[in-house]
Design a protein around this ligand. Structure first.
Ligand code: MN
Length: 481
């Protein structure tokens, strides 16, 4: 694809956007990645370009799109975060920096890795756009996964299903969630994928013709009632989500009623209910299958009316009714939550979507939907409140209380490292031992093996109780000997 394709997409979704800066970012990235190739043989620039394109399709703001173009620059080229900041400002630089830090997590066994990544996702709550960019980056990597060795393919795809897609779901981004799931599915469960694909394609073909007929009838009824609708469309379920559902329905596809749902998009809320009335008077509703997510939105903000009816020829069909605005939000979730301020520039409406609040909602959702309990259990949100997450030079994530110092870090790693600590490097710079660490810092402890005892002054600034008690007991031991 070309930069022009990207500019066209941005222009379609956001006619006011300032495209000049996007062009500059593209030129910068192209210069920085010059001569680099991906494993697939393509020029490297195609990767950031596609990442930015996915962001543009997600309705992300311009700053995210620019950061998407530049996201691999500090990691893979001779240009630094400072270079990016000089040309594109603090906001872009801090997003790119966030992505780079997420990338520092090294794979050392799936369990440990998942845990590290989970912590990082939470730590990145300061700017949720980091996560949007990471999701877009991941989606393009999945789409070009075939160039990688099989072991890596499996690992990346599995990690997508374990971490990235629940995260996208939590943020209400159904569109990218589905794309990530369906791209990862064949690599994680190749046999199951083939099976689902084959049974689904037969069913879809059957259903398509039938739904075309139902659609015509419904459109007629809507016109008769003078309800203005924008579209009535059949929407097939994603293969991975179909697979998950099949597992809880004895693998019996005839029990799945929302294989293809008919989605009706109307202008306003009263027309949603009017449309529902028309459907229910025409066809008998299925008991207990009506859901009013308009009056009671799902915890991730999803709004729609869902109903299942005995349709033409007593076939069971699910209908989803929503307004255009609800539709945008349902497809793009949090990514669509930016708006223009009075100066005409774009503001990301992130205050309503603080990650921690999202997690709290996830907890509520868990009460309603048992299937989310597992996710909740593994997130243990309380543990992460007022915590920071820092890296060891090996890429492990260590979580510490806010305002922790290199001494806390040293004692966390090992008592001996603490006792013999003589200095610290934070992000490759020598730092004083009372430096307050921040999430994302890479911390390296310098030890002096001749050092006998910790410095009692450390007690004045250490944050963790465990460090303080170890310092005290070591001072006591040293005094006695
Ligand atoms: Mn990348």
């Amino acid at each position: 694809m070309t930069i022009q394709d990207l500019l066209n997409t941005i222009k379609t979704n956001n006619p006011e956007a300032d495209l000049d800066l996007v062009k500059l970012a593209y030129e910068f990235a192209q210069k920085a990645h010059k001569g680099q190739k991906r494993l697939s043989g393509e020029d490297y620039i195609q990767h950031p370009l596609h990442t930015a394109q996915i962001l543009a399709e997600m309705r992300a703001d311009i700053t995210s799109i620019i950061a998407g173009l530049l996201h691999d620059v500090p990691e893979d080229t001779n240009y630094t975060i400072q270079d990016i900041e000089k040309d594109f400002g603090k906001e872009v630089a801090s997003l790119v920096d966030g992505i780079t830090k997420l990338g520092k997590i090294k794979y050392r066994g799936i369990e440990r890795y998942v845990e590290n990544l989970r912590k990082m996702f939470i730590a990145m709550a300061t700017d949720i756009r980091t996560i949007l960019i990471k999701l877009a980056d991941r989606l393009h990597n999945l789409k070009t996964l075939s160039a990688l060795p099989p072991k890596k393919q499996y690992r990346i795809a599995l990690e997508t299903l374990e971490i990235y897609t629940p995260c996208a779901g939590r943020l209400g981004m159904r569109h990218i969630k589905r794309e990530l799931e369906d791209a990862a599915f064949p690599y994680v469960y190749p046999k199951e994928y083939k099976w689902v694909k084959s049974i689904a394609s037969i069913k879809y073909k059957e259903k398509e013709k039938y739904l075309e007929k139902v659609k015509k009838i419904l459109e007629q009824e809507l016109r008769k009632a003078s309800i203005k609708f924008f579209s009535v469309q059949g929407r097939a379920k994603g293969l991975y989500s179909l697979y998950r559902k099949l597992l809880s329905y004895d693998r019996d596809i005839s029990k799945i009623y929302d294989l293809i749902a008919l989605r009706i998009i109307v202008e306003n809320i009263s027309e949603c209910y009017a449309t529902l009335g028309i459907i229910h008077s025409k066809w008998n509703p299925f008991k207990n299958r009506f859901k009013d997510y308009i009056a009671q939105p799902k915890p991730n903000g999803y709004q729609s009316l869902h109903t299942t009816v005995f349709c033409e020829g007593r076939e069971i069909v699910e209908f989803q009714i929503r307004t255009r605005k609800m539709h945008e939000e349902a497809e793009y979730g949090i990514a669509a939550h930016w708006h223009y301020n009075e100066k005409g520039s774009v503001v990301f409406d992130s205050k309503h979507f603080k990650w921690v609040q999202e997690l709290a909602k996830w907890q509520e959702e868990a009460k309603d939907y048992k299937k989310y309990l597992e996710d909740l259990e593994s997130l243990k949100i309380d543990v992460f409140r007022n915590r920071i997450f820092v890296f060891t030079p090996q890429g492990d994530v260590i979580d510490l209380p806010e305002d922790s110092t290199p001494i806390d870090f040293a004692y966390y790693i090992h008592t001996d490292i603490g006792n013999k600590c003589s200095g610290a490097r934070v992000n490759d710079q020598i730092a004083s031992l009372d430096t307050k660490l921040k999430s994302g810092d890479v911390v390296e402890i310098i030890t002096d093996k001749n050092r006998k005892s910790p410095n009692p002054d450390w007690l004045k600034f250490v944050k963790t109780r465990s460090a303080a008690s170890r310092i005290r007991s070591q001072i006591r031991v040293s005094a006695q000997s």
